[in-house]
Design a protein around this ligand. Structure first.
Ligand SMILES: NC(=O)c1ccc[n+]([C@@H]2O[C@H](COP(=O)([O-])OP(=O)(O)OC[C@H]3O[C@@H](n4cnc5c(N)ncnc54)[C@H](OP(=O)(O)O)[C@@H]3O)[C@@H](O)[C@H]2O)c1
Length: 199
């Protein structure tokens, strides 16, 4: 399994820190030439590899760390998403529900990435918190995951553990997933809840 983060802004860099801390290689890409963000990537760690969008989209598992409005551009950059896992970290805060046909934002993203295993997650905390070491006083910072794809949910839960987090599965995108999705100008009930799990 190999990994990429599309979008190397606040949240993309927070995720890259988790990969670097865990010693797992990850490609990072934006719309720009990789040279333009190579210094920031190197500052996080040698396993954070700047890439073009086309190179990064070769990964099996792709974090979608762009603004919600940009997700169709990323979806269109690949002719087929079959066999890939996409982790949707976008928050559609401020997007009118009617613009989404009343659906949860992750359902809209899932439709754009036809064929991919779509998992919503890693999106409920501010980047400054998500980027910190998730090992806290013997416990692990929680990330919430939701998906309509059982295999995708299981695979991303393992990845979350390998990145040092404690995953909690919320169920389907339209059920538990709604707890971690913005709707118009309101936030799901679990957004910003910084929890630590002790086994
Ligand atoms: N910031 C937070 O605390 C936080 C917390 C939870 C969730 N989120 C969600 O995470 C997502 C990213 O937020 P952010 O704060 O990291 O935003 P950001 O700082 O503005 O970063 C967005 C990144 O996406 C890249 N990008 C834009 N369009 C792209 C495209 N078509 N293909 C590839 N890369 C593209 C941008 O690079 P270029 O434009 O230079 O190409 C930039 O690196 C948003 O959906 C946000 O709601 C953010």
């Amino acid at each position: 399994m190999n990994y990429a983060i599309i979008g190397f802004g606040n949240l993309g860099q927070a995720l890259a820190k988790a990969f670097a801390r865990s010693g797992i290689e990850v490609c990072v890409a934006t719309t720009r030439d990789p040279e333009s963000f190579a210094r920031e990537a190197a500052a996080i760690g040698p396993g954070v590899i700047p890439a073009t969008l086309a190179q990064a989209l070769q990964a099996d598992c792709v974090f979608l760390a762009v603004r919600f409005e940009s997700h169709p551009d990323v979806a269109k950059a690949l002719p087929s998403w079959q066999g890939k896992t996409v982790i949707d970290v976008t928050n559609a805060y401020g997007v009118p529900p009617e613009a989404l046909g009343g659906q949860p934002s992750s359902k809209v993203v899932a439709q754009a990435f036809t064929g991919a295993r779509l998992v919503k997650g890693f999106n409920h905390l501010a980047a400054g918190v998500l980027g910190q070491d998730p090992a806290i006083q013997g416990g692990r910072r929680v990330v919430f995951l939701a998906s309509d794809d059982e295999q995708g949910l299981a695979d991303v839960a393992v990845l979350a553990q390998n990145l040092g987090f404690s995953p909690i599965k919320l169920g389907g995108l339209s059920e538990g997933g709604l707890l971690v999705q913005a709707r118009g100008n309101s936030w799901g009930q679990l957004i910003f809840k910084d929890l630590v799990k002790f086994d």
